[in-house]
Design a protein around this ligand. Structure first.
Ligand code: AMP
Ligand code: ZN
Length: 479
């Protein structure tokens, strides 16, 4: 069974063939993956988190296929400007000024918040979170090595994209969106030329700046990823991931830098993979416009983070995914149902453990995720085996195997954990329990009218009563 992945460079599915053979743990072949990480000037919205759920699914799939994974995700704490193409202000400096805090405090706060969301979504920790400001000396060395392909302007050191073969081939046709994101800087040789080093404006002190052969200043954002991937994974490495927006500017620029550095046409990574956007009815989610959904907003509404993970897995990573509260609510219901089924399987597994290797759904699910991460299909197979026939112990073992690729923690999470109380719920647990006790009495006395009335009354307060469920009640999304 070969693992096939969609390579944005060739716009086609390609079999995965690792570069580093036998270098992994226990002599395994190694898979080296770099993921463009968050810019920590604000909370990550759930669209951003889709990018990390996708990268995690890729990592899990590589592991399932027997590779030893070395995954690097960076934390951008300097250099990302309000425009991807080197114009506007530094996002970090801007956020620090607006909140009257030091950049370091801003970075620490949002990094911590991001890592918390990573844990809540059960995203596997990478081998290293490379922090951009830790790599500035290496960035200066890298910039020196490609200086021959750069020129100086008042704003700093600029990369001349005509110096590399086939600049921008990853982006293919320039789109209006891509074009409009390139801001004119006077003196640029080509409109797509970008800053490698951004000199601090004369007379102005930035909170974050370093000495360099090109004056005091800060590294360009694109430089960071080339340097950190190169430092940790070498050249070339296997797979580079990021959101689809990076296919237009950021990744073509990384490729150009990598080519200049090696003085060859190698793009630096063999496979470039991009997840499509999570959108809402208003269009693309954006941190800069201020209106965005964080994982905490979902939790406050009573939705468990793993329901969002499941919602992402129901779609293919290359498709746009529209966020609605209804679809999120449906994902939560699907997750609860699945967890309920698996809980029962687990009880029977504990009583009579067994784990047959011959559950065909497991092989089918492996083939599905191995086919460019078809998680939607794997999820259906998982449900089939969980709710199917056959020995409960075998089925429980099969569920665990498939879930290792999906990361829904199905063997661990309980229905009770999934029941989150909405932050602004008007009714508390004690009241619910008291009303439910009354309802049990009414039912025992065969007073079904009264039992239904209590049920309706609770429903009006957002409390759904689930007969047959051990807990007997659940919060309902009513947003
Ligand atoms: P940023 O913090 O802006 O550098 O973004 C972190 C990651 O999220 C990048 O890989 C982006 O391409 C990705 N991303 C940004 N917006 C979305 C979205 N709405 N849906 C999916 N991925 C996104
Ligand atoms: Zn990057």
């Amino acid at each position: 069974m070969t693992l096939k992945l969609y390579n944005s460079l060739t716009r086609s599915l390609e079999p995965f063939a690792p570069i580093h053979k036998g270098t992994g743990k226990d002599g395994k072949d190694e898979a080296r993956v770099y993921t463009c990480g968050p810019t920590v000037y604000a909370y990550q919205h759930i669209g951003n988190m889709r990018a990390f759920i996708f990268a995690d699914t890729l990592g899990r799939t590589l592991r399932w296929n027997g590779y030893d994974l070395t995954h690097i995700i960076n934390i951008t704490d300097v250099g990302h400007l309000t425009s991807d193409a080197d114009a506007g202000e530094d996002k970090m400096e801007k956020a620090a000024a607006a909140q009257a805090k030091s950049i370091w405090d801003i970075a620490a706060h949002y990094t911590q918040a991001f890592r918390r969301d990573v844990r809540r979504l059960n995203i596997t920790e990478p081998a290293e979170w490379t922090v951009a400001t830790d790599y500035v000396p290496q960035m200066i060395e890298f910039a020196k090595a490609i200086e021959k392909d750069c020129y100086r302007l008042d704003g700093g050191l600029y990369f001349d994209v005509s110096r590399v073969p086939d600049y921008g081939s990853l982006a293919r046709a320039a789109t209006d969106d891509g074009e409009s994101r390139i801001d004119p800087v006077s003196g640029k040789r080509n409109p797509q030329d970008f800053a490698i080093w951004r000199a601090s404006p004369p007379g102005e002190q930035r909170q974050m700046e370093w000495d360099s052969p090109w004056g005091r200043g800060a590294p360009g954002w694109h430089l960071e990823c080339s340097v950190m991937s190169h430092a940790r994974l070498g050249h070339p490495f296997d797979i580079h991931t990021g959101g689809i927006d990076h296919r237009e500017i950021h990744h073509p620029n990384e490729i150009a830098q990598n080519q200049a550095y090696c003085a060859c046409s190698d793009p630096g990574a063999r496979i470039w993979m991009h997840n499509n956007f999570l959108v809402d009815r208003g269009g693309k989610m954006s941190k800069s416009t201020g209106q965005f959904l964080t994982l905490q907003v979902l939790v406050d509404a009573g939705v468990h983070p793993l329901a969002y993970r499941l919602m992402c897995l129901q779609a293919h990573y290359r498709s746009e995914l529209e966020f609605t509260w209804e679809s999120l609510g449906a994902a939560l219901t699907r997750l609860k149902r699945l967890v309920g089924t698996v809980e029962k399987l687990r009880e029977r597994f504990d009583a009579e453990p067994r784990g047959s290797l011959e559950t065909p759904e497991v092989d089918e699910a492996k083939a599905a995720v191995g086919d460019d991460l078809n998680t939607a299909r794997a999820l259906v197979l998982l449900e089939q085996v969980a709710g199917g026939k056959g020995h409960a112990g075998d089925r429980f073992t099969a569920v665990r195997k498939i879930d290792r690729a999906l990361g829904l923690r199905l063997a661990m999470v309980t229905r009770e954990e999934l029941r989150l109380r909405p932050a602004n719920a008007a009714i508390d647990e004690a009241v619910i329990e008291a009303r439910l006790a009354e309802r049990r009495e009414a039912r025992a006395a065969k007073d079904f009218a009264r039992s239904d009335a209590i049920r309706d009354e609770l429903a009006a307060s957002g409390v759904e009563v689930m007969d047959g469920d051990a807990l007997g009640w659940d919060w309902r999304l009513d947003l």
